[in-house]
Design a protein around this ligand. Structure first.
Ligand SMILES: Cc1cc2nc3c(=O)[nH]c(=O)nc-3n(C[C@H](O)[C@H](O)[C@H](O)COP(=O)(O)O)c2cc1C
Length: 342
């Protein structure tokens, strides 16, 4: 399915630029464009140069939540909004209300992006944050696309396989950025290593697997491939590269010894994501509700204000547990470093 054992993971929010995807692809990786947070028009514009390059690539989309927030989470969201005002005032930002459920932003422009990918198919489409409906999977496949679901456990892998997808991204909890999880974590998810998780999923589901999470060097990549993965996805290892669109503040924080650990937090978006621990994470993780994408919209102006004032303590510094190995310089050097050792 993939001609390379190395995949440039999709990183929405600005990190995966078209330049980053092209650079990793030219260096021998399989590249994903990040479709999350984008309208169909923005996505079409971003993948144009990848189509022109003539090499197959993937597009990643966020599966929107179906149904309203649970009452307890809605109440916690209201309380969280009040809590954020003090931080917002310090940053000189507002705390907006979240868009209404019928607002296309609340569904991350899902329908129009699926339409785009059916009209102008790409080689691979991967989903995260949930399972795409069976009819969407089948329609993409009928258009000639390989469809992948992102999972974090055996239970999620079994559920994903039942939707008819062609392959799975098995994301370990060491991964930077949002967790792909859509079912409650089992004990094994909290203790297994990436190779162990891959072996468990491999035994349960007969689909090609891509390993993701904590692949910070060739040794981790080799261990994942030996455990049954057909390829591994690199996220954090590419964030500091020249072609990455991550903010300089984020890139610098990844190399700053003052940031000593990562943790899973809902504080920025309402969905668990792994980030470097900063003041925002310390202050808000305990109270942040399970309310994605509402919290994402509430904190967006705070994050923008933090970025423009150079305040890394209030920014979402997504990072996997292997962040200390992330290198700056050309993305090609990172990819070539992995490929040489494999
Ligand atoms: C900055 C950042 C943004 C991310 N955005 C996405 C995304 O849009 N879609 C997705 O499926 N995964 C996303 N991820 C997760 C990656 O696809 C991948 O699973 C993860 O980075 C692998 O772990 P690593 O960071 O330890 O390499 C993101 C990760 C990071 C670090």
């Amino acid at each position: 399915m993939f001609e390379s054992p190395i995949i440039a993971a999709p990183m929405a929010g600005g990190t995966t630029t078209t330049d980053l995807a092209l650079a990793t692809q030219r260096a021998g990786a399989f590249a994903f464009a990040a479709g999350g947070y984008k309208s169909a028009e923005q996505l079409a514009a971003d993948i144009g140069p990848l189509r022109d390059a003539g090499t197959g690539f993937g597009v990643n989309l966020f599966v929107p939540r179906t149904g309203p927030l649970a009452a307890a989470d809605a109440a916690a969201l209201t309380a969280y909004r009040s809590e954020l005002w003090a931080t917002a005032a310090r940053l000189g930002a507002d705390v907006p209300t979240a868009p209404a459920p019928e607002d296309p932003r609340a569904r991350d422009f899902w329908e129009e992006k699926i339409e785009l990918l059916l009209r102008e198919p790409v080689l691979v489409v991967s989903f995260t944050f949930g399972l795409a409906p069976v009819d969407v999977v089948a329609a993409l496949q009928a258009a000639g696309t390989w469809v992948m679901a992102s999972v974090t456990s055996v239970a999620e892998a079994v559920a994903a396989a039942a939707t008819g997808v062609d392959a799975l991204v098995v994301q370990h909890r060491s991964a930077g950025g949002h967790s792909a999880a859509f079912l409650p974590a089992t004990a094994s998810v909290l203790t297994a290593t990436l190779p162990q998780l891959l072996a468990e999923v491999h035994a349960a589901v007969n689909l090609p697997l891509v390993g993701a999470g904590g692949v910070s060097g060739p040794a981790q990549a080799r261990a994942a491939l030996d455990a049954g993965a057909v390829a591994v996805a690199l996220g954090t290892a590419l964030v500091r590269t020249d072609e990455s669109g991550a903010r300089q503040l984020h890139k610098d924080a990844l190399a700053d010894p003052a940031f000593a650990q990562t943790r899973m937090t809902r504080a920025f978006t309402g969905k668990p994501a792994r980030a470097l621990v900063n003041d925002f994470v310390r202050e808000h993780s305990a109270t942040a509700p399970d309310a994605y994408p509402e919290v994402h919209f509430l904190t967006a102006p705070l994050r923008a204000a933090a970025a423009s004032s150079g305040d890394a303590q209030a920014l979402n510094l997504w990072a996997g547990t292997g962040w200390k190995s992330a290198q700056d310089g050309p993305a090609a050097a990172v990819i070539e470093g992995f490929l040489r050792e494999l």
